[in-house]
Ligand binder design. Structure first.
Ligand code: HEM
Length: 332
């Protein structure tokens, strides 16, 4: 027998012996099992059963699938956040995977943040599919069958924010100063989360049904996650690095880029789609539940900033301004 195969069998024997298992039976299993196929591995057939439009307008399919594509990229992002939160996988020189590392390596940290940046850059670039890839007439019809659902209810989008920064930075900017420097309970901060402002009915000033349903399903999960990520969010992980590592230029740039990607570039292309479909001349077509989306969605109003400490005062004051002028209003 080939010496290499003999060596592998020895290693396998050791592997199974360590667990009190008999290699012979596992080899039988290997002889009997089928070859892996692409379709079983990727579960593509199941995946392709998940597109179920509510109307017969053909463009609704684009809308539903592009949301699903976005959610998959969000899931990829959360996968990276989890690895950073746990300091990265502990892979021994012999290739064995042994749980998580005790300390995070700043280069690993930077690389993983760059991955998240790539996912968001792919989403920002591909958002043209929403902006120009559907007929407005169809959109305005089929959207009526989707009320009161809204991308606003994307839980993964909010989880990305929770994993990115200290929770205080997600508090509505108008009341944030009241909590700054105090160790306020996450539950209390959550009462003042910035997104409540985007889910107020223009007519009555009340919470929209979209928000009420979102809260019912996810509030407790968000609070649990935020408590878990108090010490695991990207800013907390960065601040916990030894001082010389905090000067790592790649890491600082990756974090700043993430701030721009999640809090300016994606929100702006998304806003551009709302302008294309929901704004007619000066007259408005009400958004989900008749919200104040024009006053809410633009980053220059929300001023959501994950890492204010990494920006100058001027940069935070001008948050989102240049881009919106050139990309949203002139090319509308
Ligand atoms: C034609 C395409 C789209 C239009 C016209 C649109 C419109 C809107 C509007 C008007 C809002 C404000 C809340 C509301 O009134 O419901 C909103 C929020 C939101 N949408 Fe979209 N949307 C589109 C596509 C998408 C896609 C593909 C996603 C991907 C998941 C998405 C995710 C979100 C998120 C996360 C929010 C909350 C943003 C925030 O709180 O700052 N939207 N959208």
């Amino acid at each position: 027998m080939d010496a290499k195969i003999e060596q592998k069998i020895k290693l396998l024997e050791e592997k199974y012996a360590q667990m009190g298992q008999d290699l012979d039976s596992y080899l039988d299993g290997l002889l009997l099992s089928n070859y892996l196929t692409y379709w079983d591995y990727t579960q593509v057939e199941t995946l392709l059963t998940l597109q179920n439009p509510k109307t017969d307008f053909p463009d609704e399919m684009i809308f539903i699938m592009y949301h699903q594509i976005t959610e998959l990229y969000f899931k990829l992002s959360l996968h990276e956040f989890e690895q950073i939160g746990h300091n990265g996988p502990n892979i021994l020189p012999n290739g064995q995977l042994l749980g998580w590392k005790e300390k995070i390596d700043p280069n690993f940290f930077a690389e993983r943040v760059m991955r998240i940046n790539r996912y968001f850059e792919a989403l920002t670039k591909s958002f043209e599919i929403m902006i120009n890839g559907m007929e407005k007439e169809q959109f305005l019809r089929y959207r009526m069958a989707l009320l009161p659902a809204s991308g606003f209810q994307s839980a993964q989008y909010r989880m990305i924010e929770i994993c990115s920064t200290d929770f205080i930075n997600l508090v509505d900017k108008d009341v944030r100063a009241n909590f700054k420097g105090k160790d306020t309970d996450i539950r209390e901060l959550f009462q003042n989360i910035y997104w409540n402002k985007g889910a107020t009915e223009l007519a009555s000033g009340k919470k929209t049904l979209t928000l009420k349903q979102f809260e019912k399903k996810y509030s407790e999960k968000f609070i649990t996650l935020a408590n878990e990520y108090k010490t695991k969010n990207l800013w907390a992980k960065y601040k916990a690095l030894p001082e010389p590592d905090q000067k790592n230029g790649n890491l600082i740039n990756a974090l700043k880029q993430l701030d721009v990607n999640v809090n300016i570039n994606w929100p702006l292309v998304h806003y551009k789609s709302a302008v294309r479909y929901l704004q007619q001349n000066t007259e408005d077509i009400a958004a989900t539940g008749g919200t104040n989306w024009q006053k809410y969605l633009p980053p220059r109003f929300q001023k959501r900033i994950f890492y204010p400490e990494l920006w100058t005062k001027e940069e935070t004051e001008d948050w989102g301004k240049g881009w919106v002028e050139t990309n949203v209003f002139q090319q509308k």
